[in-house]
Ligand binder design. Structure first.
Ligand code: GUE
Length: 292
């Protein structure tokens, strides 16, 4: 059986980070501007700790200003909102990201609403979601934006392709569908209530899995030769008691059917952080009236 091309997200991300670092150097030299990103983490979720550390390290490595605010799980929503407001007003900060999930006593919607749309590097505010849906320039969620970079390279011309996005979250599924639509794909958004999900997936030239269920998408759900983008990051137990990372796609089965597929880890994940840096640079330029 023919084997799918394995899309090297790590390599794409490294390339993107180099471009970002070069642009940061130019902004410093020509505009005396250092883009700054603030990441806020509430509580001690171990996976979030890993991502947040990685975000901070990569921000610094690109020559940018990085702040990580770690708050205890029992922080009140009012305290978190006042930190977000301070970051909104801080001229050294151009991107504000509150890592999700937040503890249960907080409202995700209220937190998103507090973030200045100009610094909303997750693209989660109503303003940025509406701008994206209306075809206006917007800060766009990092993971879908990263998936588009991979798709444009691997697929090339996206016009008229059938794309199926499995998952409808505000952070991933919905903006992914909007970006594919803007690229002239024929887009279906499928989800947990979709009838005959396998048959819907089988129609896809481009299949994006973002459901958060380990290995849910089976090999025979995939159209032969399709491009499969696996957004899932799931930790499952191994026999030895440790855990391993798997996506939302049954990778071993899928790679015998797909034309190209992203692995987990090393696929979409690294692109997410690289796009976060790129979004922060865009925000810094807009906030300072610099074109491009
Ligand atoms: N406000 C907000 N914005 C986010 O963008 C956001 C969030 N909250 N909460 C959690 C999810 C998850 N997420 C990841 C980012 C990078 C990797 C990543 O770099 N993964 C690597 C390594 C994974 C590992 O080893 O743990 C890989 O896939 O190769 C994964 C997941 C961003 N998220």
């Amino acid at each position: 059986m023919s084997q799918a091309r394995i899309i090297d997200g790590k390599a794409f991300a490294a390339q993107l980070r180099e471009q970002v670092a070069a642009e940061v150097a130019r902004l410093k030299a020509e505009h005396d501007l250092t883009p700054g990103l603030a990441v806020v983490l509430v509580g001690e979720d171990p996976a979030s700790q890993v991502y947040v550390r990685s975000k901070g390290e990569q921000t610094l490595a690109a020559g940018m200003h990085s702040e990580t605010h770690r708050l205890p799980a029992e922080t009140s929503q009012a305290e978190l909102l006042s930190l977000v407001e301070r970051l909104n007003d801080d001229p050294a900060i151009h991107g504000v990201l509150v890592q999700f999930p937040v503890p249960d006593h907080m409202s995700q919607a209220a937190i998103v609403a507090a973030i200045s749309p100009d610094k909303d590097v997750d693209g989660l505010t109503v303003t940025n979601a509406g701008r994206l849906a209306s075809g206006l320039p917007a800060l766009t969620a990092c993971t879908p934006a990263g998936c588009m970079v991979l798709l444009r390279d691997v697929v090339g011309d996206l016009r008229g392709k059938r794309a199926v996005v499995v998952g409808r979250s505000n952070l991933m599924g919905k903006p992914m569908a909007q970006l594919l639509l803007a690229a002239d794909c024929t887009v279906t958004i499928a989800h947990s209530r979709t009838q005959d999900l396998a048959a819907v997936c089988r129609e896809a030239d481009i299949l994006v899995a973002a459901v958060g269920r380990p290995q849910m998408v089976k090999g025979d759900w995939i159209k032969p030769g399709a491009t499969v983008i696996d957004v899932g990051i799931n930790r499952i137990p191994k026999e030895d008691g440790k855990t391993r990372l798997v996506g939302d796609v049954d990778f071993e089965a899928a790679k015998g059917v797909a034309g190209a597929i992203t692995p987990v880890p090393g696929g979409v994940g690294p692109m997410t952080i690289a796009m976060l840096l790129a979004n922060t640079v865009s925000a810094a330029k807009r906030l300072n009236g610099i074109a491009g």
